[in-house]
Design a protein around this ligand. Structure first.
Ligand SMILES: [Zn+2]
Length: 444
């Protein structure tokens, strides 16, 4: 039997394919009408389905048998409890290391609440909370299933990396009297690049398309109550329809970027169409053929919060704002238990596919400054710099944004149940770790 296996592996090489690859998708639309996540203004559960939600996986194996798996989801933000559970099971049953499995969530705001993300945003009834818990359990199972399916059906494949553009993301940090508000800032930094990894079968036809964009997946505002993947969902559906391939969307560092304009179903479809057109135009270009080993590296670091005292939260507990009261209660409980929250664990990952494409996968809602800085510091690399990967515990501001203040720096921490803003070493801590994982996958 062993001889047959090695014969087949050699045959795979002889066919002229550089890699083996497999993709799979599973429908994860809740069967029940669950509370939708993302907007604090939600006041009732979902009312139906505009478009199904999916979890998808793309597995790639090099000539030496080393593998990586990318798992993407039409969801608000996967928590570490989910991704650690799925990754551990993939390690046990498929022998794949943690550093070689990437999880990304598209940050659609028309998907269900899942555990444990945005913990203090909703005061759910015990019945709704039980539905959320049941959905989260099923989701954990589904993510393992979809990754296993991709790993289990790999075929000879060739890869190319290409870049396109889409112009609908706008910087949303608008200067206002007394600080920064969420609006539009046409002069603020953006990154309109659409990185695309095209996986083709031996017949030359695409079997999977992995693409990314740095923009909040929030064309549909808080008055929309039907499940959907927002612009990213429409872009994926259009690409799958046009090519027959599995289209997987990864959200990049779009935490301070919004679709512009926004708020209607038509605009979500229009932005999805623009993004799909950007991907198709890129695919028509020759691009860079990807060749060589696949590698992955993962590190969990700790990010420091700005110092706080028990008195800060005793005061906040008296606030008329129920979100602040929820946060204050959680923080006082931690003080009572003798373990005030001073740091949060933070996942940093790099995956390099051959000589041509590198993925940096960062946890949390990462602002565009990180993408711009990483690309500037490694000008020769072709990057997917993804946020919302492996865990979403808070916004991740740069030092610049931390100093300017506003939602991404400060007030969003209330909804995430975190004690307050990060300390100013946040950017250097993350960049130090990024450099470390990049070195481990061979990027200098
Ligand atoms: Zn967000």
């Amino acid at each position: 039997m062993k001889h047959w296996l090695s014969f087949l592996l050699i045959a795979g090489v002889a066919w002229g394919a550089e890699y083996r690859a497999g993709s799979a998708k599973v429908d994860i639309t809740p069967k029940e009408l669950i509370w939708l996540s993302g907007y604090a203004s939600r006041n009732k559960p979902a009312e139906g389905t505009l478009q199904p939600l999916y979890a998808k996986a793309l597995a790639i194996q090099d000539k030496k048998g080393a593998r990586v798996v990318m798992v993407t989801t039409d969801l608000i933000g996967l928590s570490r409890t989910i991704t650690d559970t799925v990754a551990a099971r993939l390690g046990k049953e498929h022998g794949i290391e943690r550093g070689r499995v990437v999880f990304n969530s598209s940050h659609t705001h028309t998907g269900p609440v899942i555990r444990a993300n945005l913990t203090t945003m909703y005061n759910l009834s015990p019945e709704m909370d039980a539905k959320v818990a049941a959905y989260t359990r099923q989701l954990t199972e589904d993510l393992f299933t979809v990754a296993s399916a991709a790993l289990g059906q790999m075929k000879p494949a060739n890869l190319k990396y290409v870049e396109g553009t889409a112009g609908f993301a706008i910087n949303r940090r608008e200067a206002a009297s007394g600080g920064v508000k969420i609006g539009t800032n046409p002069k603020g930094p953006v990154d309109h690049t659409v990185p695309v990894l095209v996986v083709s079968g031996e017949d030359g036809r695409p079997m999977a398309i992995l693409f990314g964009y740095a923009c909040h997946n929030t064309t549909l505002t808080g008055e929309h109550y039907k499940y959907s993947g927002d612009y990213a969902g429409f872009a994926q559906a259009e690409l799958e329809e046009a090519t027959g391939a599995t289209a997987l969307f990864m959200i990049l560092c779009g935490a301070d970027q919004n679709p512009n304009p926004r708020s209607s179903e038509k605009l979500a479809r229009d932005h999805g169409h623009e993004l799909a057109e950007g991907v198709k135009a890129a695919m028509a270009k020759p691009g860079t053929a990807v060749k060589g080993n696949v590698r992955g590296a993962y590190q969990s670091i700790k990010l420091n919060f700005k110092p706080h005292t028990r008195e800060d939260f005793e005061k906040e507990a008296q606030s008329p704002d129920r979100f602040r009261v929820n946060r204050a209660k959680a923080m006082l409980k931690a003080y009572d238990e003798g373990a005030p929250v001073r740091t949060t664990p933070y996942p940093v990952q790099a995956v390099r596919i051959g000589n041509a494409m590198t993925m940096v996968a960062l946890g949390g809602e990462v602002v565009i400054d990180y993408s711009i800085r990483i690309k500037r510091e490694y000008p020769r690399e072709k990057f997917f710099v993804a946020g919302y990967s492996n865990d979403v515990m808070s916004y991740i501001p740069s030092v610049r944004i931390l100093r300017e203040g506003g939602y991404e720096a400060d007030s969003s921490m209330i909804y995430y149940g975190q004690p307050g803003p990060y300390s100013e070493d946040v950017e250097e801590s993350i960049m130090g770790s990024v450099k470390g994982v990049l070195k481990r996958v061979g990027v200098k």
